[in-house]
Design a protein around this ligand. Structure first.
Ligand code: C5P
Length: 227
């Protein structure tokens, strides 16, 4: 059996709306590798903490919840979105709201919460390989990953992408409010003291502004195939 350390990992980090979720899913499918959507884990914890009435400022209480939370990622088998089951309840749609995103960003700033979630993320490293999507995949969780990518895009383009995604889901949002939320969230994610959003020193940075998903996926896969 392949040792976990020998299982190849492709890390895809970047800010919200950089296209990393879509690129990660496509890359995982083309490679036949597993996928870790680490943002969904933070969203699930933020959502569960909110539902339990826990104060996001109470790091110890959120960390306790994070340690005990039961998360399952289920492929619906019909090509649809992966279902995210939180403590036995399907929370797929609930964790995708802007409220859950803001909750995720707030609780993700606590070192003890991040620590509580490390093993859950490492467990995704299973043969034949893993595509790990997030903010600190290449810097903190899989620092020795052989393949690292950091995706960026202009704030305006990222807001527009989020707008289309959320509208397609029937959610009532405005472009201006999304742009504002993206800027606030970016500033917080980049300035926090633990695992701030930044490319790993050995990551390949790809600006996706004005590029198609297909072109970005090809560029990412070229890195893996070149090796
Ligand atoms: O990627 P997504 O928008 O789903 O992430 C939601 C929030 O979770 C981010 O804004 C960030 O604060 C947090 N997060 C994180 N580390 C990760 C993934 C997400 O801090 N690896």
């Amino acid at each position: 059996m392949m040792m976990p350390d020998a299982v190849p990992v492709l890390t895809i980090d970047g800010p919200s709306g950089s296209g990393k979720g879509t690129v990660a899913r496509a890359a995982a499918e083309r490679l036949g590798w597993h996928i870790l959507d680490s943002g969904a884990i933070y969203r699930a914890v933020g959502h569960a903490a909110g539902a339990a009435g826990i104060d996001f400022g109470d790091a110890a209480a959120v960390a306790r919840l994070a340690r005990g939370i039961r998360l399952e990622f289920r492929d619906p088998g019909d090509g649809g979105d992966t279902r995210v089951i939180v403590d036995g309840v399907d929370a797929t749609d609930a964790i995708r709201t802007e409220t859950a995103g803001a909750a995720a960003s707030a609780i993700a700033a606590w070192p003890e919460v991040r620590k509580a979630l490390v093993d859950k993320q490492l467990a995704f490293r299973q043969p034949p390989g893993l595509v790990a999507d997030g903010r600190d995949m290449g810097t903190v969780i899989f620092p020795h990953a052989p393949f690292k990518v950091f995706l960026t895009a202009s704030p305006g383009e990222r807001a527009e992408r989020r707008y289309k995604q959320l509208k397609a889901k029937g959610l009532d949002v405005t472009l201006v409010s999304l742009l504002h939320e993206i800027e606030v969230r970016d500033a917080r994610d980049a300035s926090r003291t633990v695992a701030p959003l930044r490319p790993a020193s050995d990551a390949v940075v790809i600006d996706t502004t004005g590029r198609t998903i297909a072109a970005v996926v090809d560029a990412v896969l070229a890195l893996v195939h070149q090796a």
